[in-house]
Design a binder for this molecule. Structure first.
Ligand SMILES: Cc1cc2nc3c(=O)[nH]c(=O)nc-3n(C[C@H](O)[C@H](O)[C@H](O)COP(=O)(O)O)c2cc1C
Length: 171
């Protein structure tokens, strides 16, 4: 059987979700898939992909527009493929762990594309972040990196398990 090709598409304003997408792709690659990491806004179609992971940073309770547009644009094909969603938001490790389906937009997209799973990871906000509100949050001392890399890797590993099972082989 051919090697499964997975698209890891992301929308990211300040780079932390992009990095998470890379960590997920690293796990998938190590487990025998071909994993492409691409900005959701730059993906034209899904030809050649067997599965999709889609993630977005969370701003004011919502997914970034590139991620929701990607889902809408490709909804028909996405419903035929296995799809996993992740959000990267809460600047608080505990909230991130307790609230897997916190983000309204992600819940709607999960429904639209019939996602296999969706998860919320902690986010990161540091001095390089752009924008007035970002600077206000930083001034309040609420910045930091709340991404749990082990948890992200474990989630990606679960996806690799499901892909391996669907492809009828051990990876
Ligand atoms: C202006 C602003 C608004 C934000 N709003 C939310 C929010 O509503 N919910 C949340 O969980 N995180 C929120 N965050 C935290 C971001 O989601 C977090 O920093 C995330 O890692 C950003 O992803 P990115 O670096 O890929 O853009 C906000 C951050 C900023 C700067």
């Amino acid at each position: 059987m051919s090697t499964p090709h997975v698209l890891v598409a992301y929308a990211s304003k300040n780079g932390s979700t992009e990095q998470i997408a890379g960590w997920i792709a690293d796990v998938l690659s190590a487990r025998g898939t071909v994993a492409d990491v691409r900005p959701a806004g730059q993906v034209d179609g899904l030809a050649g992909y067997d599965a999709v992971v889609l993630g977005s940073g969370v701003y004011a309770g919502r997914w970034l527009r590139d991620a929701t547009r990607f889902a809408r644009r490709n909804r028909k094909r996405l419903r035929e493929l296995p799809v996993w969603l992740f959000s990267s938001g809460p600047l608080d490790a505990e909230v991130a762990d307790r609230a897997p389906a916190l983000v309204r937009g992600a819940v709607r997209v999960a429904d639209m594309v019939d996602a296999a799973d969706q998860v919320t990871f902690g986010g990161r906000l540091d001095d390089s972040a752009r924008g007035f509100v970002a600077r206000q949050i930083l001034k309040q001392g609420k910045g930091g990196d709340f991404r749990d890399r082990d948890r992200i890797r474990a989630w990606a590993s679960g996806i690799a398990d499901q892909i391996a099972a669907a492809w009828g082989r051990s990876a």
